[in-house]
Every structure is written in structure tokens, then in C-alpha cells.
Design a protein around this ligand. Structure first.
Ligand code: AKG
Length: 282
């Protein structure tokens, strides 16, 4: 990942609302992250229900074929040195600084799974702006927030790769997935047609392990089922210019990486009153 590759990716990100940087993390680093995913899968499945401890959340859900499975983990980096080091890796600063500066907080730190044989594990078409709540905590969202994802496994159409509508980041917030959770719905191209978009323009994010994808908070995207025999794991980190957000964990302060300490307010509004471990109603 050299400066030329970063500049080209950021030009594409600004023009089309997404970009891919190739081979940011090497095979050994990806293997360490894959092992971390497997540790968290074991832990989440052992809970058997959605479980929270502070900002750490194991979100389980029913799968029509596999029963109850771990769909995602939020903030696995507390207590996980491998994932914690990746979230504040200097390579992220090099990618993010031209977009949002060197004082950066983090809102998303998340593991996504699509296990082989899963009948669901889809994400309906949506824009991430719907999750940036409360809206009053954010300013200049279109230019202050950047979402990223590291492919842990080959990320292809057949195993439920993300699909993106290029240029859709210019459309503002559009009604897409409706009020139901994005996680519980399949991608429906008619939703794109209903807002005047051509599904034929969708791009599949074809990623190799260690590649990093970036997308804008208004970019329309979704992902389908995993129809292959292997896992599809994706490590997401979402960053915001610190001055434009009232929440989040510090990631870089004046360009220096910040180690996670005691959890601060990100999404979990009851952090101060109920910080301890507990099971969560789904
Ligand atoms: O993991 C995926 O495929 C979906 C990612 C996504 O849509 C999101 O995090 O907003």
C-alpha cells in the first residue's frame, strides 16, 4: 500500500462512494485476525443468546438452516490484543488522514460472519447513515465518517460479498430497507428500482484476504447469502473526525494511536447504569 495506491483509492472513494486498497494486511496478519474471529465465534456460540458486557456485544440470531448463530460481534477489541492493534494500525491513519484528519474517533468495531450453509446472514440494501444515532451526536456526516472492512476470507459474489451502487453517496438519505432490521432482510433489487436506481449498475466488492474496502455513510450497499462451503468473515471499523462527533472511542490523537481503556459512550446508552455482563433480548 503505497502513497500512489492510497491517492488513487481516495479519488475513487470521493467520486464513487467506495474504494478498495489491495493487500493492506499480509497473510500472517490475516491468519491472526482469522484466529481471533474463531475465538469470538466459540465464545458467542457458547453464550447461546445475545450477550453484552459494556460496549462488547455478541449478537446472535436465528438462521433458517443452522439454528441460532453469531451474526456479529460489536467491539470485540476490548480484551483482544490482535483486533485492538489492527483497529489503530498506522496504515489506517495513512488512509484516513487525507479524508478526516489526524484526530480520529471510532464508532464501529465489528466482526461479521456468513458461515457455510447459513440460510440467511444477509444485509438488505441500506445506507449506514441509518445507524449513526443519535443523529444529534454527528456533524458533517457525509465527509466526517468513513466505514472500512478487511476481508479475512476471499470475498466474492458466491459467498455473500458486499454489493455497492457506485455514486449513490451523492443521493442523501433514501428510504430503502424500511423500519425492519437490515440484518433480518434479504437484498431486494426492487427497493433500488423504487428509488430510481438501476440494479444493473451494482458492483460486487471482490476482495482478497487482507484487502481493505472503504465506503461512505450514504453509499447504498447490501450483501447476500453465502452459497459456498467456506466461511465469509469481514472485520469492520468505522471512523469519524473527532471534532464532528460527540461519541466514540479515540483511535488516533494528533496522529498517535490510542489504546482502548475503560469503555466510553458509543452506541450503548445504558453503559453508565448497566455496564456489567448480561443477556440481551433480541
Ligand atoms: O458484512 C456485510 O456484508 C455487510 C456489511 C454492511 O452492510 C454494513 O456493515 O453496513
Amino acid at each position: 500500500m503505497d502513497d500512489t495506491a492510497i491517492a488513487a483509492a481516495l479519488t475513487q472513494y470521493r467520486a464513487e462512494g467506495y474504494a478498495v486498497l489491495r493487500r493492506v494486511f499480509d497473510a500472517a496478519e490475516v491468519a491472526d485476525m482469522a484466529a481471533a474471529f474463531d475465538r469470538h465465534w466459540t465464545e458467542g456460540m457458547a453464550h447461546g443468546r445475545s450477550f453484552r458486557h459494556g460496549n462488547l456485544l455478541y449478537r446472535l440470531g436465528p438462521d433458517p438452516k443452522l439454528g441460532r448463530i453469531v451474526r456479529l460481534v460489536q467491539w470485540p477489541s476490548y480484551g483482544d490484543p490482535v483486533l485492538e492493534a489492527v483497529r489503530r494500525d498506522p496504515r489506517y491513519l495513512a488512509i484516513l488522514a487525507p479524508l478526516i484528519g489526524t484526530d480520529i474517533k471510532q464508532i464501529i468495531n465489528q466482526l461479521h460472519w456468513k458461515p457455510p450453509g447459513a440460510g440467511g446472514a444477509e444485509f438488505a440494501f441500506h445506507q449506514d447513515v441509518r445507524f449513526r444515532r443519535p443523529a444529534s451526536a454527528y456533524r458533517n456526516l457525509a465527509t466526517s465518517y468513513v466505514q472500512t472492512g478487511i476481508a479475512i476470507d476471499p470475498h466474492r459474489a458466491a459467498n455473500g460479498a458486499m454489493r455497492i451502487h457506485p455514486g449513490s453517496h451523492r443521493l442523501g438519505a433514501r428510504p430503502l430497507a424500511g423500519p425492519a432490521p437490515v440484518l433480518d432482510q434479504a437484498m431486494a433489487e426492487e427497493r433500488l428500482v423504487a428509488i430510481g436506481l438501476d440494479p444493473a449498475k451494482l458492483v460486487v466488492l471482490d476482495l482478497d484476504p487482507g484487502d481493505v474496502a472503504l465506503w461512505n455513510v450514504y453509499t447504498i450497499h447490501g450483501s447476500g447469502p453465502n452459497l459456498t462451503a467456506g466461511d465469509r468473515r469481514f472485520y469492520l471499523n468505522g471512523y469519524v473526525r473527532a471534532a464532528d462527533c460527540d461519541r466514540g472511542e479515540w483511535t488516533f490523537r494528533d496522529g498517535a494511536p490510542c489504546v482502548l481503556g475503560e469503555p466510553v459512550l458509543v452506541h450503548y446508552d445504558d453503559l453508565a447504569t448497566r455496564p456489567g455482563p448480561h443477556y440481551v433480548e433480541e
